[in-house]
Design a protein. Structure first.
Length: 307
């Protein structure tokens, strides 16, 4: 099939690479305009743009998806279908242009976790499995008919970073299978069952704040859900401290919520139900360190409280 690929972040890169290497033809790549960032405010291209350029693909970066010149261009190249991976909402007028419409790759088992942060919310809620869904795009976000799904387990130690990488690497295969099925008319789109709908709204830094009155399991999940970025955090002496690499140390503990103990090169911290073990820590404005490295210069924290 002849397709136009819409995507911007690194999550979409493996999908673009796989589609380019497949029998399907990538006519053009649509990605966000370059942005100024960093010291000197230099213009930086999206990961998808950099990948598309390295593959010799045509790159389009419209400021406005409703721009007449952009729409005219899409009509001119006449794709069979759009493939959308981690991109902004497409205007309804664009969805009607390709004969086969548009498909989206979503990092959850729809209708669960509709929204911008499905991986974070799956871990926050202690899910034991997640996956990918390809579905037909329509006006209302993440509600189109399901085409294919692939399920993977979530281990008790998996972080957002782990799952993000794993799911991104899987994206190309399910997209190619979906395009093959559409081309051969071997896939029957299935409506989403609204009974099982849940939302996954965009996360913010404040969502990563740890409440030590919660259970050890909930806190462990929060740390995993914000690793590596933005990092689940707490406070000590009014300084923000990020915590990484956690385990559920004990579901029953004599420690008071937020109380800090140091054992066998790890921090043991009391919660509302049990305790968590922390192996890595990052003080505000400092580098991420192993707990033993941190304690070497901060012995006074032992016996104190986070909160």
């Amino acid at each position: 099939m002849k397709l136009v690929f819409f995507g911007t972040p690194d999550f979409a890169v493996p999908s673009l690479q796989s589609l380019h290497a497949s029998p399907h033809e990538v006519l053009s790549v649509v990605t966000n305009p370059d942005k100024k960032s960093g010291r000197g405010l230099k213009l930086n291209s999206s990961p998808v743009k950099k990948t598309g350029e390295s593959l010799g693909l045509d790159i389009i970066q419209p400021d406005d998806l409703k721009d007449e010149n952009f729409i005219s261009y899409l009509k001119q190249i006449n794709p069979d279908i759009y493939v959308v991976v981690a991109f902004k909402i497409l205007p309804e007028m664009l969805l009607t242009l390709p004969v086969a419409g548009a498909i989206n790759l979503h990092a959850s088992l729809l209708p669960k976790y509709r929204g911008a942060a499905p991986i974070n919310h799956a871990i926050l809620n202690g899910e034991t499995q997640t996956g990918l869904t390809t579905f037909q795009l329509k006006k209302k976000v993440d509600t189109g008919n399901i085409l294919l799904q692939k399920t993977i387990p979530i281990s008790r130690t998996a972080t957002v970073g782990d799952l993000y990488y794993q799911l991104s690497q899987m994206g190309g295969d399910i997209l190619i299978d979906t395009l093959n099925g559409i081309e051969k008319k071997s896939i029957t789109p299935q409506p989403q069952n609204e009974i099982y709908t849940s939302s996954a709204p965009k996360i913010s830094a404040k969502d990563a704040l740890i409440d030590w009155k919660n259970s050890a399991i909930e806190i462990h999940n929060r740390i995993r859900a914000f690793t590596p970025k933005p990092g689940a955090f707490t406070f000590y002496n009014n300084k923000r401290i990020k915590l990484f690499n956690s385990e559920i140390e004990n579901t029953e503990s004599s420690l008071i919520p937020g109380e800090i103990r140091y054992e066998n090169t790890n921090l043991i911290i009391g919660t509302g139900e049990g305790s968590v073990l922390i192996k890595e820590i990052q003080m505000e404005g400092k580098k991420r360190l192993s707990v033993s490295q941190f304690i070497a210069g901060n012995q006074h924290i032992i016996g104190e409280y986070f909160g």
